[in-house]
Design a binder for this molecule. Structure first.
Ligand code: NAP
Length: 317
């Protein structure tokens, strides 16, 4: 039975991956050994069907110990400092998680590979559209990165470490991930806009940045397609259509019938955020569609799924 180890399993993608693998196992019994790792206690509501380990990936010895114990066939590294402004203001913390900890994982797997002939782990690493400067989106996998924020630089440096490793590797680039799970440490565009508008709060929304939103379930599926097809190289995983952030928030307001007049249109420069953002990203996803059979949902289909999931969560609580 192949084993899949997920770092950052308390995060949005991490939780969705654990749920997706549990589903895969339910459909065809015991297909995967699932090892979910994150800092601190397990925040995933469902506790069965997988092993949870408290693993801070900045602890190189702990990483090596866990990898040596479990010898995972697949490692999906979702853990990261994903707050772009925090990376700008806390560069050392950003480097520790987004760069050095990636290196610890690579080194631990390379050593295991060297010591155990025939062991060929697949390292699947999550990256971002922020490796680009946003002057010429949508981007394909072969376009040249040119990050303009500390976060973007950190993720690009990690990409290069992965690409230079001796492992079977894949880099998964994605763009504003949205979705709902229990106990998230940070919100996302859809939930933020929905919750604020429901409380009748005025929100400032930018109309000069363009993104292709990514449903967390689609991203998890994209990662597992890569694992199952043992695919290597860089893959763009997002929806296929690029919108302005304003258009996305309008669509959220329309879907839940919320008051659009609360939306105050602003330009990025008025927000005075510490980190620069690329104005226009978006991805060409032909490679994922053709090589992996990736079929992302539209933004409206994604909102419908979130609506259904929120209703189910409300019934439980
Ligand atoms: N979210 C987006 O819009 C977006 C866009 C482009 C790319 N990405 C990339 O996609 C990946 C997944 O993103 P996401 O949305 O799932 O992010 P997320 O919800 O912020 O999850 C990241 C997880 O990593 C964990 N983590 C942070 N430092 C750690 C450490 N030292 N050891 C172990 N775990 C640690 C966090 O733990 P705590 O919960 O305890 O803080 C969090 O649960 C990231 O690599 C990110 O760079 C995300």
């Amino acid at each position: 039975m192949p084993s899949v180890l997920i770092t950052g399993s308390n995060g949005l993608l991490g939780q969705k991956l654990v749920y997706l693998l549990r589903e895969r196992n339910a459909q065809s019994k015991n297909r995967y050994q699932i090892i979910a790792c994150s800092r601190g206690i397990n925040r995933i509501t469902q506790k069965e069907g997988y092993t949870y380990l408290n693993l801070d990936i900045t602890d190189s010895q702990a990483v090596s110990k866990v990898f040596t114990t479990y010898k995972p066939d697949v490692v999906i590294n979702t853990a990261a400092i994903t707050n772009v402004d925090q990376c700008e203001t806390e560069p050392e913390a950003c480097d520790a998680v987004n760069i050095h900890a990636v290196n610890y994982q690579i080194q631990a797997l390379e050593k295991l590979q060297y010591d155990n002939p025939g062991y060929n782990p697949h390292f699947i690493h999550l990256s971002t559209d922020f490796v680009f400067d946003g002057q010429a989106g949508p981007y394909s996998e072969s376009d040249q990165p040119n990050p303009i924020s500390y976060y973007g630089h950190s993720k690009y440096k990690a990409e290069l470490l992965v690409q230079q490793s001796k492992l079977n590797w894949a880099v998964v680039r994605t763009i504003i991930v949205y979705g709902v799970v229990d106990n998230l440490s940070r919100s996302n565009l859809v939930l933020w806009a929905k919750e604020a508008l429901e409380k009748e709060q005025i929100i400032k929304v930018i109309n000069d940045q363009y993104r292709a939103p990514t449903l967390a379930e689609d991203l998890a599926e994209g990662c597992m397609l890569i694992a199952e097809k043992k695919a290597q190289g860089i893959f763009n995983i997002s929806s296929s259509k690029t919108y302005s952030i304003l258009e996305l928030v309008y669509l959220v307001a329309e879907y839940w019938n919320l008051n659009k007049e609360l939306i105050q249109i602003v330009s990025s420069s008025t927000l005075n955020q510490p980190a620069k953002r690329p104005p226009r990203t978006g991805f060409v996803i032909d490679k994922a569609v053709n090589v992996l059979g990736f079929k992302p949902k539209t933004f409206k289909e994604g909102l419908a799924l979130i609506d259904q999931q929120l209703n189910e969560l409300n019934k439980k609580h």
